[in-house]
Design a protein around this ligand. Structure first.
Ligand code: GLN
Length: 205
């Protein structure tokens, strides 16, 4: 299987490394590839939108033509996991900051996102996150200027909460996380995503 990580800005190589480890853990043959041009999307069975700065990533996606292409692919069923800034890009609705910056959102998931939801004073923190459907207990979430989801509707389902805020959402083959699973040794979130890409047992919404 071939899984891509959008590599325009942000935490790219860590995701590639986690994907490779997760493939190994699941005994899957496959490759994890860097995506920076439209043609890199060819033959992908899944795509990760990494953390970084969502305004910058969004604008670079527009200028490379990846914005439209990724949106079309995802609408056509390509599994996508967005982490942190990637979660913001997946949302249909943004907060005041999103409106003010006029940043583009892919608008793929039925959720409203709040940027920097945990306060500017608290730039980063770690928390135990209980993720619905994730085997093996809570996941140690690394939050860096993290967004949260204010509400979900339609097809989207909240999978995880921290301090009463939604930090994980699933909608069919789309997965959005406020935290950075690529910054821990634990590859279970990447394994979860790979299973979703394979349409395996854990993949039904
Ligand atoms: N605060 C960033 C944003 O709004 C996201 C931070 C991150 O991806 N670590 O885009």
């Amino acid at each position: 299987m071939r899984i891509g990580v959008l590599g325009l800005q942000g935490a790219v190589s860590e995701h590639l490394a986690s994907l490779r480890k997760a493939m190994k853990a699941l005994g899957l043959k496959g490759e994890a590839v860097w995506v920076s041009r439209r043609k890199d999307l060819e033959g992908l069975e899944g795509l990760i939108l990494p953390g970084g700065e969502s305004t910058t990533i969004g604008r670079l996606m527009v200028s490379t033509g990846l914005f439209e292409e990724v949106r079309e692919e995802a609408r056509g069923g390509l599994p996508v996991m967005g982490t942190c800034a990637g979660l913001i890009l997946l949302a249909k609705e943004g907060d005041e900051e999103v409106r003010r910056t006029g940043q583009p959102l892919l608008g793929l998931m039925d959720m409203k996102v709040v940027r920097n939801a945990f306060g500017r004073q608290r730039e980063s923190f770690e928390a135990e996150v209980r993720v619905e459907g994730l085997r093996g207990g809570p996941f140690r979430g690394v939050f860096i200027r993290a967004p949260a989801v204010e509400r979900v509707w339609g097809e989207a389902r909240a999978l995880a909460e921290v301090e009463g805020r939604i930090v994980g959402v699933r909608q069919g083959k789309l997965l959005a996380l406020s935290f950075h699973p690529e910054l821990t040794e634990d590859t279970r979130m990447h394994e979860y995503f790979l299973e979703l890409c394979r349409g395996g047992p854990g993949a039904s919404p």
